[in-house]
Design a protein around this ligand. Structure first.
Ligand code: GLA
Ligand code: ZN
Length: 673
C-alpha cells in the first residue's frame, strides 16, 4: 500500500508554491528565514521548472534545485516536489510542434503560456516520462521530500485536444469500449440525421459542425479526454512509485470549479495516494464561504472521506477574475480553517513570495511585494501559529449529516446543447441545494449515484439528468429500506449514452418517485410562478415547470399559476420503509428551505434553530478525539451551544454550554470524553 500522508510531516501542512527560480539566490536565505518565522511546514517546488531543469534536450541542470532542497531540509521544511510536465520547454515544441493542442475548430495553440498540450502526443509522453524519471532518480530519497506533485491542475486550461493523433487515439479508445462500429452506431443513435458509421476508422473527434453534433459522441469525447489525461498521470505516478517508494503521489484537483469540465474526479480520487485540491473564492456576488464549504466537502468525498489537503488557495485577492477583491482582515484564516474543519490536513497557498514578473504579479501571496510590514504577512504568521495549535486533529475525519448526489458524467451530458431550457443549469441547482443544506447547518457528503447510501438518513439529488439503471435501482432500494430521498426536476432522464430511458420521464426514477412527467413546460426568461402548499403560503419559482402525473405520490405543493396551474409542483411518495420527494420547479431559497424542512422531518434529521446564519459548525472525530469547529462568518459575536464541554485549542480556554465565538473568528473545541 502506498503511503497517503506527506512523508515526515509531523504538523498540519502550511506553506505555498515556492518558485525560487524567479529570484536571485541571495533572496533564498531570506525566504527560509521568513518561512520559519511564519511556521511554514511544507512548500511546493518545481511545478513549472522543466525549461530550467532541462535547458536543452538531454542536458540537465539540477544544481539549483539541489541547493533549494538542501536549504529547505536544513531548515526543517518539507517539500512537495513537482514534476514539471505541465509546461515542456520551448525547444520541445519547436522539435514537436504537433504536441501543441488543436481546438475543435482546427486552430493550434502556440507556446508562450502554460498547459498547452496534446495528451495523446507520443513525443510528449516520452519526454514527460523522461523528466519524471530523472527527477525521481535524483530526488526520490532526498530527505526533504514529503510528497510528489504530478503536473498541475490537469484539465485546464485545455480540457480536450482535437488533433489527428487524438482522433487516432479516440478510435482506439472506441475500439476498446465498444469493439465495433455497429456498437458505436447503436450507442450514439447514429440512425438520427444519417450519421451511421461503416467502420471505426471513419470516426473523428466532435470537431466544428454547422449545427449541433451528436450528443453521445460529444459525451464520449469527454470520457475519452478524461481517460487520456489519466493515462498520463498514471504513467508519471508509476515511475514515482517505482523509483521513490514510500513517498505519496498527488496531483492538485479543482473539484468544484465549473470551468474544469473534462475531469471525472470520482475516477481520479482512486488514482492518487493523497487527494489535494486548489480552491479560490469566486467573486460572482454569491456567498463565497458557501462555495468554499462545498468545494471542501466535495474534495473530502472524492477522497472517500479520508483526510485530504488544500494545496492552493489565496492569502488575499487573485488576479484572474474581472474584479479581484482583497480578503478582509481575518477572512484568510476563516477560509483556511473552514477547509480544515471539512477534512483538510492543513492550508497551503499559491504562492510563497509574490512574483515581480510574469502573468501573476498581481496575485496575492504569503509574502507580498510590501514584505513583512503588511497586514497579509501578519495574518500569515498568525495562521501558522493557529495551525500549530491544531496539530492533534491530524488524521481525524469530518462527520456528515446528509448526502448529495454528484456525477461529472451527468453534468457533462446536461451541459450539451438543445435542452428544454438553457436557463436550467445543473450546477446552479447543485449550488442552490447545497446552500439550503448549509443554511440548515447540515454537513454534506457528496456521493456517486451508484454508491452505497445506507449510512445517510437523507439523500438529495439536485439535478442529475444522466442516471444509469443501476443508479435508479440504487435509489429505489435506498428508499425501500427506509431512506428519505429528495429529487429535483430533470433528473433520471437519460442513460449513459444520453438516450432517454424508455417510457415516460423520469425513466429510472418513475417508480421510486411514484409519478410520471407528461411534458416539460419551461418558462420564458424572467417569468415566475407561484406554488401553494402547507399553511397556504405561496413559494416563488422560475425557469422550469412541468406536468406531473402522480402515480402513487401525494401532492404537497401545487402550481397556483403558469402553464401547469392546478397541477402538482412538489410531491411525496411513501415506498417501503422510506419516502421520496420530488420538486418539479426551480424554487427560490425560501422554497427549498420549506421543502427541506419537510424532508428532514421525514428523515429524522434534527433541525438546528439554535445556530445563527453564517455560523458554520462542523465536527471532526478520530482516535485523538472529537473536535467541534465553529466558524463565525458574521460581523457579530455569537454563541454556539455545546452538548459536551471541552477545551478550545486556539485560546486554551475551557468551553462549555453556550460558548462565545467572536465576530469573524474561528474556534476549535476538543470535546471531553
Ligand atoms: C492555479 C495554479 C497556480 C496559480 C493559481 C492562481 O491554481 O495552479 O499555479 O496560477 O491558480 O490563482
Ligand atoms: Zn491532440
Amino acid at each position: 500500500m502506498p503511503e497517503t500522508a506527506p512523508k515526515g510531516l509531523a504538523r498540519l501542512a502550511f506553506g505555498g508554491d515556492y518558485n525560487p527560480e524567479q529570484w536571485p539566490e541571495s533572496v533564498w536565505q531570506e525566504d527560509v528565514r521568513l518561512m520559519r518565522e511564519a511556521g511554514v511546514s511544507m512548500v511546493s517546488v518545481g511545478i513549472f521548472s522543466w525549461a530550467l531543469l532541462e535547458p536543452a534536450p538531454g542536458t540537465y541542470d539540477f544544481g539549483w534545485l539541489d541547493r533549494v532542497l538542501d536549504l529547505l531540509h536544513e531548515n526543517g521544511i518539507r517539500v512537495d516536489l513537482g514534476t514539471p510536465t505541465v509546461v515542456p520547454p520551448v525547444w520541445f515544441f519547436r522539435a514537436h510542434p504537433e504536441a501543441l493542442p488543436v481546438t475543435a475548430d482546427g486552430r493550434r495553440y502556440e507556446f508562450g503560456s502554460r498547459g498547452a498540450l496534446c495528451h495523446s502526443n507520443a513525443d510528449y509522453r516520452a519526454a514527460a516520462a523522461n523528466i519524471t524519471t530523472k527527477l525521481a532518480e535524483r530526488y526520490g530519497d532526498h530527505p526533504a521530500l514529503a510528497l510528489w506533485h504530478v503536473h498541475n491542475e490537469y484539465g485546464v486550461p485545455v480540457s480536450a485536444c482535437y488533433c489527428d493523433s487524438c482522433a487516432a487515439h479516440f478510435r482506439r479508445w472506441l475500439a476498446t469500449e465498444y469493439g465495433t462500429a455497429d456498437a458505436v452506431n447503436e450507442a450514439w443513435g447514429t440512425a438520427f440525421w444519417g450519421q451511421r458509421y461503416g467502420g471505426l476508422d471513419e470516426i473523428n473527434p466532435p470537431r466544428l459542425t454547422p449545427t449541433v453534433g451528436n450528443p453521445a459522441q460529444a459525451l464520449d469525447y469527454k470520457r475519452f479526454a478524461d481517460a487520456t489525461i489519466r493515462e498520463n498521470f498514471r504513467a508519471e505516478r508509476d515511475i514515482l512509485h517505482r523509483l521513490s517508494p514510500g513517498v505519496p503521489v498527488t496531483t492538485n484537483f479543482m473539484t468544484a470549479l465549473s470551468q474544469c469540465d473534462s475531469i471525472d474526479y470520482w475516477a481520479w480520487g482512486r488514482e492518487v495516494d493523497l487527494v489535494t485540491n486548489d480552491h479560490y473564492l469566486i467573486t460572482d456576488g454569491r456567498r463565497t464561504h458557501v462555495n468554499l464549504a462545498m468545494a471542501a466537502d466535495l474534495t473530502r468525498s472524492v477522497a472517500g472521506g479520508a483526510p485530504w489537503l488544500l494545496l492552493e488557495h489565496s492569502t488575499s485577492g487573485v488576479n484572474w477574475q474581472p474584479r479581484n477583491p482583497a480578503k478582509s482582515p481575518g477572512q484568510m484564516a476563516r477560509n483556511s480553517l473552514a477547509h480544515v474543519a471539512r477534512g483538510s490536513e492543513g492550508a497551503m497557498f499559491f504562492q510563497w513570495r509574490q512574483s515581480r514578473r510574469g502573468a501573476e504579479k498581481f496575485h496575492s501571496a504569503m509574502l507580498p511585494h510590501g514584505g513583512t510590514g503588511t497586514r497579509v504577512w501578519r495574518e500569515v504568521v498568525a495562521l501558522g501559529a493557529a495551525l500549530d495549535d491544531l496539530s492533534e486533529i491530524r488524521g481525524t475525519r469530518t462527520v456528515a449529516d446528509v448526502a448529495v448526489l454528484w456525477d461529472w458524467h451527468s453534468w457533462w451530458a446536461q451541459n450539451l446543447e438543445w435542452r428544454p431550457s438553457e436557463d436550467h443549469d445543473a450546477r446552479e441547482r447543485a449550488d442552490a441545494f447545497y446552500e439550503a443544506l448549509y443554511d440548515r447547518h447540515l454537513t454534506v457528503d457528496f456521493a456517486h449515484p451508484e454508491a452505497d447510501l445506507s449510512a445517510y438518513p437523507l439523500v438529495v439529488v439536485p439535478a442529475l439528468y444522466l442516471m444509469t439503471e443501476a443508479a435508479g435501482r440504487n435509489l429505489t432500494q435506498y428508499v425501500e429500506s427506509g431512506g428519505t430521498l429528495l429529487v429535483s426536476y430533470f433528473s433520471g432522464i437519460v442513460d449513459e449514452h444520453d438516450a432517454v430511458h424508455e417510457g415516460a420521464c423520469p425513466g429510472v426514477l418513475r417508480d421510486v418517485l411514484g409519478l410520471t412527467v407528461e411534458e416539460f413546460a419551461p418558462l420564458l426568461k424572467g417569468d415566475t410562478v407561484e406554488v401553494t402548499g402547507p399553511g397556504g403560503t405561496g413559494l416563488a419559482a422560475d425557469v422550469w415547470t412541468e406536468f406531473v402525473v402522480p402515480r402513487g405520490a401525494e401532492t404537497v405543493w401545487t402550481y397556483a399559476d403558469g402553464p401547469a396551474a392546478g397541477h402538482p409542483a412538489v410531491t411525496r411518495h411513501r415506498l417501503g420503509a422510506g419516502t421520496a420527494w420530488y420538486v418539479s420547479t426551480r424554487l427560490a431559497a425560501d422554497g427549498l428551505d420549506a421543502v427541506l424542512a419537510r424532508a428532514t422531518e421525514d428523515a429524522h434529521v434534527p433541525a438546528r434553530p439554535d445556530l445563527p446564519r453564517d455560523v458554520e459548525v462542523v465536527r471532526r472525530t478520530g482516535e485523538s478525539g472529537s473536535y467541534l469547529f465553529a466558524v463565525n462568518h458574521t460581523g457579530t459575536d455569537v454563541k454556539v451551544p455545546l452538548d459536551t464541554p471541552g477545551t478550545e485549542l486556539l485560546t486554551g480556554e475551557n468551553a462549555a454550554g453556550r460558548f462565545e465565538v467572536p465576530a469573524g473568528a474561528v474556534r476549535v473545541v476538543r470535546l471531553d470524553g
